[in-house]
Design a protein around this ligand. Structure first.
Ligand SMILES: Nc1ncnc2c1ncn2[C@@H]1O[C@H](COP(=O)(O)OP(=O)(O)O)[C@@H](O)[C@H]1O
Ligand SMILES: O=P(O)(O)OC[C@H](O)CO
Length: 500
């Protein structure tokens, strides 16, 4: 039993990676699944597809590594967070598609709660803001819209979970209904101070407590895989939100250390220790993980669209055929040619929190080409991250010495060079870009004594390449000013644009 299988259930794909004791990758597999867009601003996933794709890639990774379940010490799970599922306790049938974190359908509910003066209460208790991003209003929406759902939730016939709970439930054959504090802290229902569900917030959102999963630690054995799923039952030993897992996988285990993950969105987290830090810059206070009795916390900046803008260049505009073409296209021009793109496809997250913002491209002239757009798209990812870094520095009073980065889009060298240029500090890419899976593996391994303690984790050899800033400060300042002006044009629409 010399390996850990990490499941990384992300927004666009399910991944499985097998690590050995030295954190070397022994097998990996990945599968994309359907993104369902029933209306503008709505995003759903088929819960059964999330589960089946995750199970399939787990088997495929084992096969590629030439291993079987008998070689596994444990399974660790990291997942896209906030995405909301409700299913039947009796037979595990979902009663609705999963409502994905990017989904904006509850923007009006959030606005009403804000108008009722409730944001300070939610902020104080949960560390979050009233934005449709988080699970609470999505869960309320399902209970409001599926016939009899609220009544059946009260009687305990229905179960709610984020993706961690759903996968655990399915993998254990419907015997374990748990979540961990890193996921719970993204629901708008979890009280950061008590470490438990908050009865008053449940009452405000009209959510019956009977539907909620039990809280467990981020790293512990919750149960075993059901007979027949693998050649033998395997302990499931970690549940972690993917961004917190990446923080762990990056080895950011002490206060002040931070990382930024560039996937569908960008998520920057800084470990802040054993008490929650409150942000003055509209960042989120969140749970990093709970391994012992004490919860550890983080500050987070979440950007909704980063790598997704590259998918849009590919699928929406057709100016590239695959994501890896964007680098050469963007590098074929010396600069952005005055073009700025604000990818507010799903409103804007931190630090703006504007669910009604919409995308904008400004500075187009007759000389603008697809290459300028590609460059502006890459820059938009780096501009948004720069805003997060500045907000975090202002909250903590700690200037960032370097930025540790990971995630699918960090294969793009030009993006990371632009990022270093805009920040004015080095950007450090890790050797293993799948730090989310690595974090899930570490957390699971700690629970089963595969690694003895944090000092035993092989985190030190993770640096692969460092991008050093080369841009002149005046040019950087000019670009940041132009980004601000572009932002002004994308934000503060009082109502979403009308569409026929
Ligand atoms: N060469 C590239 N340059 C920029 N972005 C890329 C590149 N390759 C992949 N991406 C982006 O990375 C994202 C996928 O990263 P990943 O970490 O797998 O995301 P997630 O976990 O959110 O599903 C996609 O949005 C994709 O457009
Ligand atoms: O699936 P990812 O990696 O885009 O992460 C999604 C986040 O967890 C959403 O909060």
């Amino acid at each position: 039993m010399s390996y850990i299988l990490a499941m990384d259930q992300g927004t666009t794909s399910s991944r499985a990676i097998i690590f050995d004791h030295a954190a070397e990758i022994k097998g990996t597999a990945q599968r994309e699944f359907r993104q369902i867009y029933p209306q503008p601003g709505w995003v759903e996933h088929d819960p059964l597809e999330l589960y089946s794709s995750q199970l399939e890639v787990a088997h495929e990774a084992l096969e590629r590594a030439g291993l079987t379940a008998a070689d596994l010490a444990a399974i660790g799970i990291a997942n896209q967070r906030e995405t909301t599922l409700v299913w039947e306790r009796q037979n595990g049938e979902p009663i609705h598609n999963a409502i994905v974190w990017q989904d904006r359908r509850t923007a009006d509910t959030c606005r009403k709660l804000q108008a009722d003066g409730l944001e300070p209460l939610f902020r104080e208790r949960t560390g979050l803001l009233l934005d449709p991003y988080f699970s609470g209003t999505k869960l309320a929406w399902i209970l409001d819209h599926v016939p009899d759902a609220r009544k059946r939730a009260e009687t305990g016939e229905l179960l709610f979970g984020t993706v961690d709970s759903w996968l655990l439930w399915k993998l254990t054959g419907g015997t374990c209904h748990f979540t961990d504090p890193s996921n719970a802290s993204r629901t708008l229902l979890f009280n950061l101070a008590t470490g438990d569900w908050d009865p008053e917030l449940l009452r405000i959102l009209n959510i019956p407590a009977a539907i909620l999963p039990r809280l467990a630690r981020t790293s512990e054995v919750y149960g075993e895989t059901a007979p027949g799923l693998f050649s033998r039952p395997v302990p499931i030993a970690s549940l972690a939100g993917d961004q917190q897992a990446a923080l762990f996988g990056q080895g950011c285990l002490v206060p002040g250390m931070s990382k930024n993950t560039y996937g569908t969105g960008c998520f920057m987290l800084m470990h802040t220790g054993q008490s929650p830090t409150v942000s003055d810059n509209r960042l989120l206070t969140t749970v990093a993980w709970q391994i012992s009795d004490r919860i550890e916390y983080a500050l987070e900046g979440s950007v909704f669209v980063s790598g997704a803008v590259i998918q849009w260049l590919r699928d929406g505009l057709g100016i590239i055929r695959s994501s890896d073409e964007v680098e050469a296209l963007a590098a074929s021009v010396a600069d952005n040619g005055g073009v700025y793109l604000v990818p507010a496809f799903a409103g804007l997250g931190a630090p703006h929190w504007d669910p009604f913002a919409r995308g904008a491209i400004i500075g187009i002239s007759r000389g603008t080409t697809a290459a300028h757009l590609a460059r502006a798209a890459l820059e938009s990812i780096a501009f948004q991250t720069t805003e997060l870094v500045r907000a975090m520095e202002s909250d903590t009073g700690i200037p960032l010495p370097e930025l540790r980065v990971d995630g699918g889009a960090t294969v793009n060298n030009l993006l990371l060079q632009i990022q270093a240029d805009l920040l004015g500090v080095p950007v450090v890419r890790t050797r293993i870009s799948d730090t989310t899976a690595l974090g899930a593996a570490f957390l699971a391994g700690l629970a089963v004594d595969f690694w003895r303690d944090r000092n035993d984790l092989p985190t030190t050899r993770l640096r692969e390449r460092i991008f050093v800033p080369t841009l002149m400060p005046e040019r950087r300042a000019m670009m940041l000013r132009n980004w601000e002006r572009a932002l002004q044009r994308a934000t503060k629409w009082e109502e979403p644009l009308e569409c026929s």
